[in-house]
Design a protein around this ligand. Structure first.
Ligand code: FE2
Length: 306
């Protein structure tokens, strides 16, 4: 299972795409049906889709997996009683699978047979997404739900978040104890710490300072620098998240405490709590499909859609 991409809808998709390519450092992949697709240096056809819309919201967060894993998901999602539907992707890379709505509206899409592309070289292109984090009214319940319904594993719990993995990366998603449901932030994996630092420099040239960072987190130990993007959401340059073994013992909030005045391993940067919070309220989840049985054969679905 791999985290691949996030699909957003928003006003000003073209301007958002221009920011992400010209300043943040992504590469354009395609523009199709009013959707701007942006990629990194890695083998995914795109990492971020930006669809022009009157409102800002999250359409989906996409994972790719094996056919066997998809069949498991169909069973466990159905058993958990979550709204879901079979789906065929029209995004670059194609593929087919399911899209699932979690208890607080989070929309996760799981695809098989999604094509990959040749990696590309580029100065400080992000490699891929490393995590997409959501705000939750009840992060603990959502952590339990994704273990049961999706086969994900909780890696660590802190005072602020429940960190969740879907492979050996410490976390591909997390649920923040926010009291409301929304997109918390999107994190881009940079090649190394210098690429993170040069990214901070590029944004400084635009008079943009980090809302938090640079720093190094506790859980996952990844380097971070968070910014509020001009088009609304919180986005992060990150690198070097820990890999964890199958039998990793989840830490509890009391295992992840900081000395007075510190909220990361370095302690060199302030955090703009109010600015981050305001940005985290911009992108809510919006479902635009009807729930259907996942028992339907994908062959039948393919015929219906053609
Ligand atoms: Fe992050």
């Amino acid at each position: 299972m791999k985290l691949r991409s996030i699909e957003l809808a928003l006003p000003g998709a073209a301007q958002a795409a221009a920011f992400l390519t010209d300043i943040w450092g992504m590469a354009p992949a395609a523009v199709e049906d009013n959707i701007h697709y942006l990629r990194g240096s890695g083998s995914f056809p795109y990492l971020v889709a930006l669809e022009e819309s009157a409102d800002s919201y999250v359409r989906s967060t996409t994972f790719t997996c094996s056919a066997e894993r998809l069949e498991q998901l169909k069973r466990s999602v159905t058993e958990a009683g979550l709204p879901a539907t079979p789906t065929i992707s029209k995004d670059p890379g194609g593929g087919q699978g399911i899209i699932v709505e979690l208890a607080e509206g989070e929309l996760l899409r799981f695809l098989v047979d999604a094509a990959e592309v040749e990696p590309i070289e580029g100065v400080d292109l992000p490699v891929k997404l490393t995590h997409v984090v959501f705000n939750s009214a009840d992060a603990e319940a959502t952590g339990d739900l994704v273990e049961k319904a999706l086969g994900f594993r909780v890696s660590d719990r802190t005072k602020g978040m429940v960190f969740v993995r879907c492979n050996d990366s410490h976390h591909s998603t997390a649920f923040a104890r926010a009291g409301f449901a929304s997109l918390n932030h999107i994190a881009f994996e940079m090649a190394d710490m210098d690429a993170v630092m040069r990214g901070i420099g590029r944004l400084r040239d635009q008079d943009m300072a980090p809302a938090w960072g640079p720093g190094r987190h506790g859980p996952g130990a990844n380097v971070f620098a968070y910014f509020v993007a001009p088009f609304g959401p919180v986005i992060e340059f990150s690198t070097a998240v820990n890999k964890v073994p199958e039998d990793y013992r989840p830490g509890a909030p009391e295992d992840w405490t900081w000395p007075e005045g510190r909220i990361d391993q370095w302690g060199m940067s302030d955090k703009d709590f109010a600015g981050l919070r305001a940005a985290e309220e911009k992108f809510r989840h919006r479902r635009d499909w009807e729930a259907q049985s996942l028992g339907q054969s994908l062959d039948v679905l393919t015929e219906e859609n053609h």
